[in-house]
Design a protein around this ligand. Structure first.
Ligand SMILES: [Zn+2]
Ligand SMILES: [Zn+2]
Length: 256
């Protein structure tokens, strides 16, 4: 039977794991791209006229520590709820149909994308913004150090699907992990500060619906517009895509 000591232990272990993730995907990626590749990749900088601002880095690292701890305990809640029998997570692939096994990651990503778009727009409401989302927007020129820089309330809001969805629909454990990995990678690319998607990406059929690095970077720079996470279709549909998104993407390749 789960007890408080086990829960605390599990929360601290998950927090330590998050710290390792931040050390690699936040700090090491930052050092590789913003320091080592700084000159070689100068042409890839999405905001080339901005100097690197150290106060953004300090702020982002500070808030990331809070997120590392909070997300660690939220992950421990998933394990706890599973032990208590509230989760529909399963290890045996044959428990559910092969179709659901193959489709669920796609469904989860589509759901997360819609959930992020609408909660994100809500967090930009003038009455909500400064209490929840302002922390993440301190960096108007984001870097990989920004990936975990959230107010605890925002952290909670964005983590909720990882807790609630496995309670409502059957999810294969490895898919839950993969979903979290893709979420992290998309987060890193969105805050990279450098465009790494191939030339003409924003004009390619189908592929243009996947957000390039420039997409979320412009959101940090201009605040209003480009609210999407993985895909551009909510922004296109709701007419919230920043007008010169494709031009700014092209500008990176023109500067090469
Ligand atoms: Zn925002
Ligand atoms: Zn961001």
């Amino acid at each position: 039977m789960p007890n408080l000591t086990n829960f605390l232990q599990s929360g601290l272990q998950e927090s330590f794991f998050n710290l390792v993730l931040y050390a690699f995907f936040g700090v090491a990626v930052f050092l590789s791209v913003w320091v080592l590749l700084k000159n070689k990749w100068r042409w890839r900088r999405i905001q080339p006229n901005n100097e690197q601002r150290k106060h953004f880095f300090r702020h982002d690292i500070l808030y990331s520590f809070g997120s590392i701890l909070l997300a660690g305990f939220l992950t421990a809640i998933i394990t706890l709820l599973d032990q208590l029998g509230y989760m529909k997570l399963y290890w045996d692939f044959n428990t559910h149909s092969i179709v659901w096994g193959a489709l669920q990651l796609f469904v989860l990503i589509l759901f997360t994308d819609a959930y992020f778009y609408w909660t994100h727009r809500w967090m930009h409401h003038p009455k909500i913004y400064r209490w929840v989302h302002k922390t993440h927007h301190k960096s108007t020129d984001p870097s990989p150090l920004t990936i975990f820089a959230f107010h605890p309330l925002e952290n909670l809001i964005e983590f909720l699907p990882f807790i609630l969805l496995p309670m409502l629909i059957p999810i294969y454990w490895p898919v839950l992990f993969l979903w979290q990995v893709l979420d992290l990678l998309n987060n890193v690319v969105g805050h990279l500060g450098y465009e790494i998607y191939p030339k003409n990406w924003v004009r390619l059929p189908f592929l243009k619906y996947k957000t390039a690095s420039t997409h979320h970077n412009m959101h940090h720079e201009q605040f209003n517009g480009n609210y999407g996470l993985y895909f551009t279709f909510w922004d296109k549909w709701m007419k919230t895509e920043i007008k010169d998104y494709t031009d700014r993407f092209d500008a990176v390749y023109k500067s090469k």
